[in-house]
Design a protein around this ligand. Structure first.
Ligand code: GLN
Length: 515
């Protein structure tokens, strides 16, 4: 499936193809590439027949001349920690094997309201803890670019689905880089919105002060369209922001239009799905970044950085310059502290959030028959895998009396300083920050067994989660045939500038982004 989401929806609306054609094409591609458990192991749950029935319902909407939505007939894959009606939600864990949610995440409801069709729930590291999808209780996902390699994680199944051309858009989740890192490893676009931009109602909680739903897309336009659809206030999530959601898509802003609709139609749709629309900013252009200041933080280009990754970043920075942007050397001095801070705070919050999986209410129950405590213990030790167990133990430790001040409180204080660094850069006239997304390209399945070494994968991504700012990874080239991602970070709620810079980079690199 080579078409982007906007192009699929416009051909469906123009009756050139039916929603069920799109679903059949998506499943045919999944079979062709070997997405099943014996192959790339991308999907955990799917039901082609049920999705075809939903496609018929979209067709009826089209036939009755109702607007079928901006994503009419677009196949979308969903990470398995986002609650869906119809398909199970297992979070890649044995403890939730077979669990079907009685309610649906707002992000999915909004996709469906706009005509999208959910084709599958994708594989992931158990409870989103990991950077390779190897921590799934259902076996690792393989990278479509090289099946010996991991796709990254924890949203590895979603990134692989998009990279393999099964769906143009997939939802993932981010706590410390889990959308951007797999996007970089799989050569696709991955966006983590500002904390609060997207409702988390129905996202299974990992670390609530960091978690956000994010979008993976084959192109910047796919990611922008996906985010536009799911963003905005939701009364079911008190942490969702009431800030207006601008139209992010270039195609809706008078730019080159894979989509035949104008800005007005997009604004009307925004209202239809229950959001306020805002005055549409002047159309960005993919060929000029005049007046845009892009910061290059020295902490994200350490001497130890892989030389080929540095070269590809330099090429991107040259493109920014040639489009009229000013590149400014900046410093985010507390960023190198982000890994220890994140790996104290995230496990602390996880140890509390995961307490609900106790064999009483959800999923697995192992009951040796000698009391409640023994039932909790047996359920949790058999239901959770080793990484989840490690995080729960680590989190419980840093929250316990005597260690709370030494670890948890200190990490909170440093988190504030990391956020201050971003605030001071963005208030000094810098519009966007550019960094590599990851320190390496995709590694081989089984190559990293030391947890600390695995955690270091997140070194360039966790800072945006700790600070709450939006960030996107876009493909900027390849090293030894494996994709490399460049990261663009902007100020809180300035996804608009983030997309503008991403569109420009994508257009300027063209085919070189995948070479
Ligand atoms: N790799 C990080 C972790 O293991 C981030 C995970 C995430 O963003 N969900 O916690």
């Amino acid at each position: 499936m080579k078409l982007g989401a906007a192009a699929i929806a416009s051909s469906v609306r123009a009756r050139e193809a039916s929603p069920s054609d799109m679903i059949r094409a998506s499943f045919a591609r999944a079979r062709e590439i070997g997405a099943g458990p014996d192959g790339l192991n991308i999907y955990l749950h799917s039901d082609e027949q049920a999705t075809l029935e939903e496609a018929d319902a979209i067709q009826k909407r089209l036939d009755s001349a109702t607007d079928a939505g901006v994503l009419a007939g677009v196949p979308v894959a969903i990470k398995d920690n986002i609650a869906s009606l119809g398909l199970p939600t297992t979070c890649g864990s044995k403890i939730l094997a077979g669990y079907v949610s009685p309610f649906e995440a707002t992000a999915i409801t909004r996709l469906r309201a706009n005509g999208a069709l959910i084709v599958a729930k994708t594989n992931m590291d158990e409870f989103a803890m990991g950077s390779s999808t190897e921590n799934s209780a259902y076996g690792p996902t393989r990278n479509p670019h090289d099946v010996r390699c991991v796709p990254g994680g924890s949203s590895g199944g979603s990134a692989a689905a998009v990279a393999a051309g099964i769906t143009p858009i997939a939802l993932g989740s981010e706590t410390g880089g889990s959308v951007r890192q797999p996007a970089a490893f799989c050569g696709v676009v991955g966006v983590k919105p500002t904390y609060g931009r997207v409702s988390r109602y129905g996202l299974v909680a990992f670390a609530s002060s960091l978690d956000q739903i994010g979008v993976l897309g084959r192109t910047v336009d796919d990611a922008a369209l996906g985010l536009e659809t799911i963003a905005g206030f939701d009364k079911m999530d008190s942490t969702s922001s009431e800030a207006d959601v601008p139209i992010y898509r270039l195609s809706a802003l008078g730019g080159p239009a894979p989509d035949k609709r104008g800005p007005e139609a997009a604004a009307i749709e925004a209202i239809r799905i229950g959001r306020t629309s805002v005055p549409i900013p002047p159309p960005p252009s993919t060929s000029t970044l005049a007046g845009v200041v892009i910061g290059r933080p020295k902490e994200y280009f350490p001497d130890s950085l892989d030389a080929s990754i540095r070269d590809l970043c330099d090429r991107s920075l040259d493109r920014f310059r040639s489009m009229g942007a000013t590149i400014r050397d900046i410093s985010l001095p507390r960023s190198p502290l982000a890994i220890p801070v994140y790996y104290i705070l995230a496990p602390a919050e996880a140890s509390s959030n995961l307490a609900r999986f106790d064999g009483v209410r959800y999923g697995l129950r192992v009951d040796p028959g000698n009391g409640l405590k023994a039932m909790y213990e047996a359920t949790r030790s058999q239901g959770f895998g080793p990484e989840v167990t490690r995080r729960v133990l680590l989190g419980t430790y840093v929250l316990s009396a005597g260690y709370y001040d030494a670890y948890y409180k200190k990490a909170q204080a440093v988190r504030t300083l990391i956020g201050d660094d971003f605030r001071s850069v963005f208030s000094s006239g810098v519009n966007a920050i550019f960094t590599p997304t990851t320190p390496t390209t995709a590694f081989h399945v089984g190559a990293i067994s030391d947890p600390y070494e695995m955690y270091l994968n997140d070194i360039f991504t966790v800072t945006a989660n700790l600070a709450g700012v939006p960030a996107i990874s876009v493909p900027i080239g390849r090293v030894r045939r494996l994709p490399v991602g460049g990261q663009i970070i902007t100020a809180h709620f300035d996804e608009y500038t983030m997309f503008r810079v991403a569109y420009a980079l994508e257009a300027s690199l063209g085919a070189e982004a995948h070479q």
